[in-house]
Design a binder for this molecule. Structure first.
Ligand code: WTA
Length: 646
């Protein structure tokens, strides 16, 4: 979606009210709820009771700016809340996880089954010396064992660090080392569009000379041959055999770490975002139930990979803590045909679908004949996450997927926020296509100007969170200072999201996008500094500068400007080689769409690369102020040549 387009967004006047029959049956239908949420501590104190606690909390919030402790004095266990507590009554034999592999293989795990497998795997981890507080890296495809491994870690109090399977060996290595993981759980490979992605091979490369990892547990998924290192590597199906199914859930302090998840920021080094047990679980459980209006009989499908926060909060911890039936799919949406998602919805009678705008735009491009060819009448609610959704995509989703009867919840949030922060509550909030509507009850969001002063309705600025919220990150792993500097130092007293937004006369929020050096490619956060680091690592490259440019399907794409070392011959092969190098260093998600080779990059007189101007060029728009440039000729050259290529 075009940025300009988003600027004109507030002119979007269409309003969609909850369909008849939806509101009267909604889980949350109290129109006062946002008002009640104003007393934040009371509100979250109340919501804390939805979980099972081994010991109740004494104080709901201790706020020592910018460090918050939620549910102080309380002890609980996340896996217990996702499993054990559902075993007493009717949910025991209810499907917890319905899985479909890319090749069409199917598995259903009831809550009882999942409990058994998780307990067994927790015992396996313990037998390998994993203790409370030890980190376990999970590098897996979208298969049930990924969820089992996460919950097994949670059960024994070992923080998991899930690394998305699309990251390269080098990216995995950085994350393993930063977390000092003791165990890695992986699979031989994963299926993608009929191909095999060799995950175990990447693990082997990643772990060269890494001493912290003592064991690698390998799930057999594809059956292709892999090297198994003696002593270190074990097959999952072998180590799980005959292991006891009894493993008591470890009582955890509410403030103990549940997991670390790495995300991109403004520097080359990804940040380990730390989430704790108590606040996170209350936050994701409450939001999951109210935002998705989840009922006992629903079949809920979140298409996000477990490697991202959406997978953590809304495929695992939110839905399972609510005893929902979760559908999980391993593969690509166009394999073997472009109607795979719609076939799945028809087959399993999925009632709630949560996906990303980039996917919706892809489906739009493929055409409506694919969804129209399937029975999607089971759907009753749709969700969107990861990037702004443009009104055209919203309307298409509404019409062709939701049959004009399903509310769409456009949910704004971040890895750091842990839980959905702005969203419609579908039985209450009227919808505007392209707006994530209003903050969730108990969440205090504002838009401020560059001085940190809140802007009036009808204006825009920086998106900040004024008050602590339960699922907020605790810190950046091992780096409290980076936590303070990154999030709490731009504006006094508030959390800075990195996003720009506007709010309209009705108080509805319209998120425009990132204002920091983060590019949102297909809903995945890529740090420009990471891609630049990967490019500069190539022997031919002297300097690199990356910006995001608008992309019709992906939202944004990486555009890299690269200057080469003396004597390097410019050629098309070199561009391909540089792209491949980025894939090697980070993963294919960071591959630049465009690389432009240039003798020099535009700099200020003090030598700072002027990214703002590069962005203007990449977007093909008029250039901003060039008066601080050391040499205007450089930028004029770039503009002329790039415009000529278009
Ligand atoms: C963007 C994903 C507009 C935003 C859950 C944010 C959105 C970043 C939306 C976080 C939305 C996410 N509308 N923008 N509904 N949801 N974003 O950490 O820029 O992968 O800062 O978390 O995605 O990305 P992350």
């Amino acid at each position: 979606m075009k940025e300009k387009h988003r600027e004109g967004l507030m002119e979007e006047k269409r309003l969609f009210f909850p369909p008849t029959g939806f509101s009267s049956k909604a889980v949350m239908r109290n129109p006062e709820i946002h008002e009640l949420g104003r007393d934040r501590t009371k509100f979250w104190d109340e919501q804390g009771k939805r979980l099972d606690w081994f010991k109740p909390w004494d104080t709901v919030l201790e706020w020592s700016h910018p460090f918050a402790k939620w549910y102080v004095g309380g002890t609980l266990n996340a896996a217990y809340n996702c499993l054990d507590r559902h075993l007493e009554g009717a949910r025991r034999n209810k499907a917890a996880l319905i899985f479909e592999g890319e090749l069409g293989d199917r598995r259903v795990l009831t809550y009882q089954d999942l409990y058994r497998e998780v307990s067994q795997f927790a015992n396996v981890l313990k037998s390998f010396g994993v203790e409370k507080g030890d980190r376990v890296t999970i590098y897996m495809p979208m298969i049930p064992e990924a969820v089992i491994a996460m919950l097994a870690c949670a059960r024994i109090g070992a923080p998991h660090c899930v690394v998305f399977g699309g990251f390269s060996a080098e990216a995995l290595r950085d994350r393993v080392l930063d977390a000092q993981a003791k165990v890695v759980v992986t699979s031989d490979g994963s299926f993608r569009r009929g191909n095999i992605i060799p995950l175990k091979e990447s693990v082997d490369q990643a772990l060269k000379n890494v001493t912290c990892v003592k064991k690698v547990i390998v799930v057999q998924r594809t059956g292709q041959p892999v090297d198994m290192q003696e002593e270190r590597d074990m097959w999952y199906h072998e180590v799980i055999k005959n292991v006891s199914i009894v493993c008591p859930a470890e009582p955890m302090d509410a403030d103990d770490m549940l997991f670390i998840l790495y995300t991109s920021g403004t520097t080359g080094k990804p940040k380990g975002v730390v989430h704790t047990v108590g606040g996170y679980m209350v936050g994701v459980s409450t939001t999951h139930e109210w935002v998705f209006d989840v009922k006992e009989e629903d079949v809920y499908w979140c298409t996000a990979d477990v490697g991202w926060i959406t997978g953590h909060s809304y495929l695992v911890y939110g839905p399972l803590s609510n005893g929902a039936t979760v559908f999980m799919y391993e593969g690509a949406p166009d394999y073997p045909e472009k109607d795979r998602y719609w076939e799945i919805i028809e087959r399993y009678k999925v009632t709630i679908l949560y996906t990303a705008p980039t996917a919706i735009r892809t489906f739009m491009k493929w055409g409506e004949s694919y969804p129209l060819g399937r029975d999607l009448s089971s759907l009753r609610l749709l969700g969107s996450v990861g990037e702004p959704i443009n009104p055209e995509a919203w309307m298409w989703y509404y019409k062709y997927i939701g049959g004009e009867r399903c509310p769409i919840v456009d949910t704004w949030w971040q890895t750091e926020t842990g839980m959905i922060m702005m969203t419609p509550v579908p039985g209450i909030t009227p919808l505007k296509p392209g707006s994530c509507t209003i903050p969730f009850p108990g969440v205090h969001i504002e838009i401020v100007d560059h001085m940190g002063t809140p802007v009036p309705k009808g204006e825009g600025g920086y998106l900040v969170v004024r008050e602590p919220w339960p699922a907020m990150l605790k810190t950046v792993y091992g780096d409290d200072k980076r936590y303070e500097d990154t999030y709490w130092s731009q504006f006094t007293g508030v959390y800075f999201t990195g996003d720009e937004a506007k709010w309209d006369e009705d108080g509805y929020f319209w998120v425009i996008g990132r204002v920091d050096d983060v590019i949102n490619v297909s809903g995945h956060r890529i740090g420009t500094a990471e891609v630049e680091g990967a490019l500069v690592d190539h022997p031919s490259v002297a300097e690199a500068a990356c910006v995001g440019r608008t992309h019709e399907v992906k939202g944004q794409a990486v555009f890299a400007f690269v200057s080469l070392k003396e004597g390097i011959v410019i050629g098309d092969e070199l561009i391909d080689e540089l792209k491949a190098h980025v894939v090697l260093k980070i993963g294919s998600l960071a591959r630049p769409d465009d690389i432009f080779l240039t003798a020099e990059l535009p700099k200020t007189r003090s030598g700072k690369i002027m990214r703002r101007l590069l962005k203007d060029i990449a977007e093909g728009r008029a250039m901003g102020d060039t008066s601080t440039l050391a040499d205007v000729a450089v930028i004029n050259f770039l503009k002329k040549n790039i415009d000529a290529q278009k």
